[in-house]
Design a protein around this ligand. Structure first.
Ligand SMILES: [Zn+2]
Length: 537
């Protein structure tokens, strides 16, 4: 009896300590209901821990959940919002980027120290008192391991339920344990968000001439670092040459566009489904204007060639699309980094009509990764050997790869007798010490301003007059023009002149804004947030 009383007391004390960092750093997120099921669950975990009887196991388990708490709090301090299931999954994919960006933010040390103190004390107490506590090592280890492993299984399940999940609340750090281990399914299947509006497209369809329509979708590509758009370093030598001296039958134009979102996953469903309003779940889910599917309907062979992962296309129906993932391709082309995309392009069967989307990985952070094996691309170096200068030089070197791939693509599709349309844009831009900010995912016009490079037959008057009428098009406008090239004239009865930029999460749940052009410059009109987020649980 005494053992059990001590176990209950130690479990309560451990729970308080585990919650301490959250209390200090996220006071506003502190949930009022301490008897909520998350806390009962946490208390039970602490009780199991105090009965585990094995010091090593206790230390391991507490360290793992300590890392979870640390990543949640750090994410909140850096981005001003808590993690979502999608971003938890990304932590494991993009850890190099996170450590890289995080190391630049020294104030996170306070968080690290607090977590170390609180979680370290829990380990010390449990180890110190273990001989006075009840001991069920097998049962305890089994239950606690199930708690840890279950979120990995659930989060790694690639399904669109995760993508479409309504997120009426975010997990606060320690509730993550409960949320990811137990509540994920019900949490995901609960759809409380009402349909915001529904893009109601109608089409006129014509059969296009045989052609190749190629979309080069950049990654973290900032127009203000491309020499073809005025940057002082010659980062895009081939594109520069094209702007002076394009192919005799083709015309070239370099300009700006505004991306649909500020993160890959928030942009793609909107761009490739040609959806304007980011809160329009039904338009994304319905996919009536999905570019890949429109292409297929009009007899285009559709291909997605990616240097990243098909998973980034969650929310885009890729059925019937030939998918080529560079990281999964043969060792040689995978080793070539983005230049390997050209090897994959060579394998795309020839056809009368082709729609090909090529997605880059360069210049995603960490930038130096992309050019590591290419001494010939170490063209820009930093005179001052500072973090800032090195980062910028590495980023600029990585842009040389983008230029090289663009050249390779145009050489491959541009020389045939069949007309070819090549459109290069990016999922979002990248901040490189812009007012002290780095990276992307911040809901800001600077992150949404992307390049738009067009390379198309000179004699297509319709296409070039579209380009003229849209000095700075939104991704939505570009997507509609791509649909036009695929033979579909889309009309939306609900359409207004409003254009949007989505925040880092799908459906505007992490905020979004409406913008317009004022004297040719994009201007934020109104910052919005999907109402669904604010509604109580
Ligand atoms: Zn991206």
């Amino acid at each position: 009896m005494a053992r059990w009383s001590l176990a209950l007391a130690i479990a309560a004390l451990s729970m308080a300590l585990l919650l301490l960092p959250e209390m200090i750093f996220l006071p506003n997120r502190w949930p009022a209901n301490l008897l909520g099921k998350e806390y009962v669950f946490l208390f039970l975990c602490c009780l199991l821990l105090s009965c585990s009887g094995k010091g090593g196991f206790v230390a391991g388990f507490v360290t793992v959940i300590g890392c979870m708490a640390l990543s949640e709090i750090a994410h909140f301090i850096y981005f001003g919002r808590l993690l979502s299931p999608i971003s938890v999954k990304l932590i494991f994919k993009e850890w190099a980027e996170i450590i890289h960006t995080g190391s630049a933010s020294s104030y996170l040390i306070a968080v690290v120290l607090t977590v170390l103190f609180a979680y370290g004390t829990v380990i010390a107490i449990l180890v110190r008192f273990k001989q006075y506590l009840p001991s069920f090592p097998k049962l305890s280890a089994l239950c606690l391991l199930a708690v840890l492993v279950s979120p990995f299984i659930q989060v790694s399940l690639r399904n669109d339920i995760l993508f479409y999940a309504s997120r009426n609340y975010y997990p606060v750090p320690i509730r993550a344990l409960y949320t990811y281990a137990v509540a994920t399914r019900s949490w995901l299947t609960e759809r409380k968000c009402p349909p915001a509006l529904y893009q109601a497209p109608s089409f006129t369809v014509h059969e296009p001439q045989p052609r190749d329509v190629v979309v080069l979708m950049g990654e973290s590509l900032s127009p203000n670092h491309m020499s073809v758009l005025g940057y002082h370093r010659n980062t895009t030598p081939w594109l520069n040459e094209q702007s002076i001296n394009a192919h005799p039958n083709n015309k070239f134009k370099a300009g700006l566009a505004i991306a649909a979102g500020v993160a890959t996953r928030s942009t793609f469903p909107l761009f490739f489904n040609a959806v304007n309003d980011p809160t329009d779940r039904d338009a994304v889910a319905g996919g009536a204007t999905n570019l890949f599917q429109l292409a297929r309907k009009n007899g285009f062979a559709s291909t997605l060639i990616t240097a990243q992962s098909e998973e980034l296309m969650q929310g885009v129906d890729l059925s019937g699309v030939q998918i080529m993932e560079l990281p999964k391709s043969d060792a040689i082309s995978a080793k070539k980094k983005d230049v390997g995309l050209l090897d994959l392009l060579d394998q795309v069967p020839s056809a009368q009509r082709r729609f090909i989307v090529i997605q880059f990985r360069a210049p995603h952070s960490p930038y130096a990764e992309h050019t590591k094996q290419r001494p010939d691309l170490q063209r820009f170096t930093s005179a001052l050997d500072t973090f800032r200068e090195r980062e910028i030089a590495d980023y600029d070197n990585a842009l040389l790869l983008v230029d090289e791939v663009a050249k390779g693509v145009v050489q491959r599709v541009g020389d045939s007798v069949k007309p070819a349309y090549v459109l290069l844009t990016s999922d979002h831009a990248e901040l490189l010490d812009s007012e002290g900010r780095w990276g992307h995912s911040l809901l800001d016009l600077d992150v949404a301003q992307v390049p738009l490079i067009l390379w198309a037959p000179k004699n297509d008057r319709q296409f070039w007059s579209w380009a003229k009428r849209h000095p700075v098009p939104a991704h939505y406008d570009i997507a509609r023009e791509i649909a036009q090239l695929l033979g579909f004239n889309i009309r939306n009865s609900t359409e207004t002149a409003a254009r949007f930029v989505n925040g880092p999460a799908s459906f505007g749940v992490d905020g979004y804004f409406r913008w317009t052009l004022v004297d040719g410059y994009p201007f934020v009109v109104e910052r919005l947030s999907a109402t669904c987020v604010d509604s109580p649980r």
